[in-house]
Design a protein around this ligand. Structure first.
Ligand code: NAD
Length: 295
């Protein structure tokens, strides 16, 4: 009999998140505050352009005061620092995001550390990361925060479960593992984090009650690496060549969706899974920052 896993639709959850945000935005407007989000894009990386356009469109749809500063790829580090410092001072701007990757001649970490932590809606500043680890209120990196929302919406139990995270990036793997070990309802998990230096990764992934794949390798989590009845969260967004598509490529996750669907209890699709949540949480962090500005 074919297995019919629950499809964890980030599209659906993101609509619910945005609908809640609408109520909070109205309350802010009554107090004369319009959430302001400024994205800074340096250069013409095609994927970054797509992401920034989408962030711009969605924040405008919610009635944000949103703008994108598009800077030339030759912008110097000092010029970019000045742009960020000016945004730090601008009271209308509650959220600043500098789209990564930056051109090689710019020190990304320095730029991130220059953003006022109170406007760090991406959650990349060391202050935000520190607060996350200490379980203090702050801005949580949008992708892991979005995964928590998916878990909350679909009532996925994490307490006492074995969560295996694949990938140790600063923006997904590390914050995700930290969130899952927090002493709270959406946490309390036993966490294993595997990465490129883990020998025989399958030994670990096969033990996962919840498997979170964030490696950026197309469809490399295969059926034999997954336990029966596991919950699969696929963070990967990978372009693979596909001549049958108009664009010449299609998007796939890190998980072999068709094969793994035969075994798991629930799975996020790509696209339409974690992706829409990342932007929803960016909007949510910006509304939170706007609310904080009234305190
Ligand atoms: P990254 O390249 O910064 O980090 C990938 C991590 O995976 C590294 O720590 C590396 O050690 C590990 N890794 C790579 N290959 C591996 C392998 N074969 N076995 C085990 N570990 C391996 O990437 P990232 O920024 O964390 O993003 C990961 C993926 O998620 C990418 O496909 C990216 O496009 C996607 N992503 C999606 C969203 C979203 O909104 N859905 C957001 C951010 C990133």
């Amino acid at each position: 009999m074919p297995n019919n896993p629950l499809i964890l639709s980030g599209k659906e959850v993101s609509l619910a998140v945005k609908s809640d945000l609408n109520v909070r935005i109205e309350k802010l407007k009554e107090k004369g505050v319009i959430p302001g989000l400024t994205a800074v894009l340096v250069g013409e990386d095609p994927a970054s352009q797509v992401y920034v356009r989408s962030k711009e469109r969605q924040s405008a749809k919610l009635g944000f005061n949103s703008q994108v500063l598009r800077l030339d790829a030759s912008t110097s580090q000092d010029e970019l620092l000045k742009v960020v410092q000016d945004l730090n001072q601008d009271e209308k701007v509650h959220g600043i995001l500098v789209q990564l990757p930056l051109p090689k001649h710019i020190d990304s970490q320095l730029i991130i550390e220059t953003i006022n932590p109170e406007k760090d809606v991406d959650g990349f500043h060391p202050v935000s990361v520190g607060k996350l680890v200490l379980d203090l209120d702050g801005f949580v990196s949008c992708t892991p925060a979005g995964i928590l929302e998916i878990m909350k919406y679909y009532k996925i139990e994490t307490s006492g479960k074995h969560v295996v995270v694949v990938g140790r990036s600063n923006i997904v793997g590390k914050p995700m593992a930290n969130l899952m070990i927090q002493k709270k309802d959406l946490g309390n998990a036993t966490v294993t984090l595997v990465h490129t230096r883990t020998p025989d990764m399958g030994v670990h992934t096969r033990q996962a009650d919840i498997l979170i794949a964030a490696a950026g390798v197309p469809e490399f989590i295969t059926e034999d690496m997954v336990k029966d009845g596991a919950v699969i969260i696929d963070v990967g967004i990978n372009r693979v060549d596909d001549a049958s598509r108009e664009k010449g490529y299609r998007l796939v996750g890190d998980v072999d969706f068709t094969a793994v669907s035969e075994k798991c209890a629930a799975i996020t699709p790509v696209p339409g899974g974690v992706g829409p949540m990342t932007i929803a949480m960016l909007l949510s962090n910006t509304v939170k920052s706007a609310e904080n500005s009234l305190k």
